[in-house]
Design a protein around this ligand. Structure first.
Ligand code: 5GP
Ligand code: MN
Length: 338
């Protein structure tokens, strides 16, 4: 594979390397970044992971988290890291707008840029591209790259724990449609490398404050709208709810999946307000494309999981959504589980 050879060439002597990922990094963003971090350290490089924003507490047990540079906490060091890098790896995103104020630092750096990602519609700013929209996760792609470089044998516990976090979170614990046989083969190997899947699952998903569940209960009881006539369910959260429950970044993660778990629902949406912008998460099944809906709201993403935003009010956004449901009624009413 041409890109693997190019990559091996770049890594054939010790390099200064920056790894970065999208803002508000999720499990795959941090898992793939730290998995690659441990691998490159083992190969003798000097590596720094730079996150463009603070990230969720529940990911901070991943080995190497204590070394992550949170860009806004030390912008000068972030600039110095990008400026001084020979290589910059961009993981789990493919458009520089996803790293906020660090965009010009990466764009203008003389470093060779390598994108490793599984999202569609790449911007194309980089020198080497690994893009596979069929991959479950960026973590799975990192695993495949390490194997293709002939280094399967050096995958150790920290690499395995980080990559498992990425693939597990991006496949919804191995239940989404992106869960392939290769995903399970990979996880089989990670288990052989010593990971404790039960411990990791508990660290990620059995580690929440009780308030989060009170918030969840409130949302399901008061903010969820089920529309059987469109096989759609959506949650609309007013700003006040966030204040009332002292909700932190990441606390709405997974909320949309509850709406998606209702019988005979083909489309689920979460509508929230974030920094004066209305943010939307779309999930779908069967023939319904979440990304098609997201594109109507200045967004995009995967076929079954996508996101968008709106500058209109929560109410106007909701109205526009309801109009769209009427327009796309025919496809929404198909029988996804037939
Ligand atoms: P989530 O709903 O979990 O925030 O995002 C689901 C997927 O939708 C993400 O993997 C991401 O690719 C995509 N996505 C979320 N928000 C946006 C957005 O504002 N623009 C684009 N293009 N994609 C988004
Ligand atoms: Mn991902």
């Amino acid at each position: 594979m041409e890109q693997i050879e190019a990559l091996q060439q770049l890594l054939s002597r010790p390099r200064r390397i920056a790894i970065t990922t999208h803002q508000k990094p999720d499990g795959d963003a941090m898992g793939s970044s730290l998995g690659l971090y441990h691998y490159l350290i083992k190969k003798g490089h000097r590596v720094t992971v730079v996150s463009p924003t603070e990230y969720a507490e529940f990911l901070k047990w991943i080995p190497g988290s204590d070394k992550v540079l949170v860009g806004p906490a030390d912008p000068d060091l972030a600039r110095w890291t990008f400026d001084g890098a020979d290589l910059i790896f961009c993981l789990d995103f493919n458009s520089l707008s996803r790293i906020n104020e660090f965009e010009p630092m990466v764009r203008d750096s003389y470093a060779k840029k390598i994108v490793i990602d599984h999202h569609p519609d790449p911007e194309g700013f980089e020198d080497i591209t690994f893009l596979d929209t069929a991959a479950s996760s960026t973590a799975e792609m990192i695993y495949r790259i390490i194997v293709a470089c002939g280094d399967k044998d050096i995958i150790d516990l920290p690499i395995s724990e980080a990559l498992y976090t990425g693939v597990m979170t991006d496949t919804g614990s191995f239940r989404f449609t992106n869960t392939s046989a290769d995903v399970h083969y990979m996880v089989g190997h990670l288990i052989e490398c010593g990971i404790n899947v039960n411990r990791i699952h508990d660290l990620l998903f059995a580690n929440f404050g009780a308030e989060r569940f009170k918030f969840l209960g409130y949302c399901l009881l008061n903010c969820m709208h089920v529309l059987p006539e469109y096989k759609t369910a959506y949650l609309k959260l007013e700003k006040e709810v966030f204040k009332q429950f002292n909700v932190k970044a990441g606390d709405t993660e997974g909320l949309v999946n509850y709406a998606m778990s209702i019988k005979d629902i083909n489309l689920a949406i979460l509508i929230t307000t974030q920094d004066d912008l209305v943010k939307m998460s779309f999930r779908s099944r069967g023939e319904v494309s979440a990304s098609e809906f997201a594109r109507e709201f200045d967004g995009g993403g995967h076929f079954y999981a996508a996101g968008g935003k709106s500058k209109e009010s929560l109410e106007d956004t909701e109205k526009r959504l309801l109009q769209l449901l009427e327009e796309k009624k025919e496809i929404l009413l198909t029988n996804a589980l037939a």
